[in-house]
Unconditional design. Structure first.
Length: 235
């Protein structure tokens, strides 16, 4: 199945309601509006195909870019490949739910994510922190350096309030993910979330909303979700 055929298949799966939702979250044309679940039968036909993934990602079509992440082969991609993908990720649903997710299945995930977190660029930072959320929520605790994750909690505490808006979302989620999915630092994550407190997110320069990791952590505790790990990251 080539790029032209896949684009035709995706266009046929598009729904106006989904398109409006994606656009309201930051997607821009071209976009078909394909629900994630609707892509699964297409994936079963194609399976992993990195060359096709590269061609689809390069189209700039949101749905094609998303599907590219599903069929990509993460460990064949280099640092330069991931940098190219994050450069083309123009809003958070691509940076955090396509690029970061794909990266999280690669052996170089932490190396690349560390660089993005230190970049100071909003969507790179968001993708870097999000990648760690996907990693911690899927891989065994023993695959991580406890002192490194501890230092990252400190970094969140010291910098989250002054960070770019999308990075704040991802950093707040990192606090929650460590508390829920990384048992060695469960207690420290709780204390860090309390120290951070509510995080203000400025929307459209006129409205604000507040994130509070502590509240969500407490809900997870009440639902006995501590220690939760996903079986799969990509759909």
């Amino acid at each position: 199945m080539n790029t032209e055929v896949v684009m035709q298949e995706l266009e046929a799966l598009g729904k106006e309601r989904m398109k409006k939702m994606y656009v309201s979250n930051g997607a821009h044309e071209p976009v078909f509006g394909v629900a994630t679940g609707a892509m699964k039968p297409l994936f079963k036909q194609i399976k992993i195909n990195q060359p096709l993934a590269e061609e689809l990602y390069a189209t700039g079509n949101y749905d094609a870019m998303y599907f590219a992440g599903i069929i990509a082969d993460p460990n064949t991609m280099t640092v330069e490949d991931y940098d190219r993908w994050i450069d083309a990720a123009y809003f958070y649903m691509l940076s955090d739910y396509v690029v970061a997710v794909t990266l999280s299945e690669a052996d170089i995930a932490q190396e690349v994510a560390d660089t993005w977190i230190a970049s100071g660029e909003e969507l790179r930072m968001s993708a870097g922190w999000s990648c760690y959320c996907w990693l911690l929520g899927n891989r065994k605790d023993t695959e991580f350096d406890e002192s490194k994750i501890s230092d990252m909690l400190d970094l969140v505490k010291n910098t989250i309030h002054a960070s770019p808006e999308r990075a704040k979302y991802a950093m707040n989620n990192f606090l929650f993910t460590v508390a829920v999915s990384y048992i060695p630092l469960h207690d420290k994550a709780i204390e860090t979330a309390k120290a951070v407190g509510p995080v203000e997110i400025i929307q459209d320069k006129t409205k604000s909303k507040f994130l509070n990791a502590s509240d969500n952590i407490q809900k997870a505790i009440e639902k006995a979700r501590i220690g939760f790990k996903r079986k799969h990251v990509r759909c």
